[in-house]
Design a protein around this ligand. Sequence first.
Ligand SMILES: O=P(O)(O)OC[C@@H](O)[C@H]1O[C@@H](OP(=O)(O)O)[C@@H](O)[C@@H](O)[C@@H]1O
Ligand SMILES: [Mg+2]
Ligand SMILES: [Zn+2]
Length: 180
Amino acid sequence: MKLIVLDRDGVINEDSDAFVKSAEEWIPIPGSIEAIARLSKAGWTVAVATNQSGLARGLFDMTALTDMHLKLQQLVMEQGGRVDLIVHCPHGPQDGCNCRKPLPGMFRSIAEHFRLPDLKGVPVVGDSHRDLHAGLVLGGSPYLVKTGKGLRTLQNILPPGTQVFDDLAAVVDHLLKADG
Ligand SMILES: O=P(O)(O)OC[C@@H](O)[C@H]1O[C@@H](OP(=O)(O)O)[C@@H](O)[C@@H](O)[C@@H]1O
Ligand SMILES: [Mg+2]
Ligand SMILES: [Zn+2]
């Protein structure tokens, strides 16, 4: 199974230090929607794993989050692709959950959803260290993009084997070329 796991804010859509709180604020990064559709059409299964502490912080509610994800799905479907699974951590930093990246809970859920024992070799694309670390626990291959918080993340040591690309579109170009 050709599975990829994407972080959301800063990889698919523009991030904000003020959080992305509504569908109106949810703006795709140029090329990302088309990149997801290209993966889909090439037979890849696309999952998203996103920390959404804004829920715990009371900055937005589940209706707003659902609207953001419907917008994502709609835009990708208009390009002939689809997002197969979106999982989110609704908790805040102090809630002690096991799903908030860098903890691997969401990645375990994704593996279970697709009946996989782990995520060995599955590309995990993020803009923050926590995205890369969470995926590594199950054997994911880390990809850092320079969008979102990526340039900041690049200032510090990256997990061994991390591949760095300008954006999600460049990651997808690389993966589809390797697909042959
Ligand atoms: O990049 P993903 O995981 O898709 O989502 C990140 C967002 O949930 C927010 O995560 C927050 O981190 P804290 O939750 O406050 O540590 C901040 O970094 C916000 O700027 C950011 O929008
Ligand atoms: Mg992010
Ligand atoms: Zn959580």
